[in-house]
Design a binder for this molecule. Structure first.
Ligand SMILES: [Zn+2]
Length: 173
């Protein structure tokens, strides 16, 4: 057997190697083994893409929450002229800014970003419940949807990391 390079990652193979020691490609394997390797790459890429889409939906949700808080906060602070709403308005503006920060965080570090946003959102619900216990049940369906998006986002971010690592070990960019 002559010395050859791996057709997947271009590293040199030792003459006795069937599988590339760098990426696992069955350079001297059967066509079925080569097809399987390529199919695994396609499947993993698809999982990563799907996972990134779900993480994206968390990001969009955070921007919507941020937008709502900023609109309400702006109205309370600058337009309502009601001094009793001023503190609420400031709180809403800060909340909106934190949600934007979380969305940017999700963009840079999906897993920690989604978890941080989820924790922040839970803290907000707890604070609201302390101020007004009845608030727990207001918009309960929407809250369940939001929790669902967060949990899906966390699982998807984990999947994206896991499968990206597997692709990296297969020398796929
Ligand atoms: Zn290789």
């Amino acid at each position: 057997m002559e010395a050859i390079t791996c057709s997947n990652c271009k590293s040199d193979l030792r003459t006795e190697d069937v599988f590339c020691s760098e990426c696992g490609y069955p350079e001297r394997g059967t066509d079925i083994e080569k097809n399987n390797f390529e199919r695994r790459i396609i499947l993993k890429k698809r999982v990563v893409k799907d996972a990134e889409k779900k993480v994206d939906s968390v990001r969009i949700m955070l921007y919507i929450l941020a937008g709502l808080n900023i609109v309400i906060g702006t109205y309370y602070v600058f337009l309502s002229g009601d001094e009793f709403l001023f503190i609420d308005g400031i709180a809403a503006l800060i909340t909106g800014i934190v949600f934007i920060g979380c969305a940017i965080w999700v963009n840079n570090q999906p897993l920690t970003g989604v978890m941080a946003a989820f924790i922040f959102w839970i803290v907000l619900q707890i604070l609201a419940a302390i101020v007004d216990p009845a608030s727990i049940f207001s918009g309960i369906l929407l809250k369940i949807v939001i929790i669902g998006v967060f949990i899906k986002g966390i699982n998807s971010a984990k999947d994206a990391v896991k499968y990206s690592e597997q692709l990296a070990s297969m020398k796929v960019k």
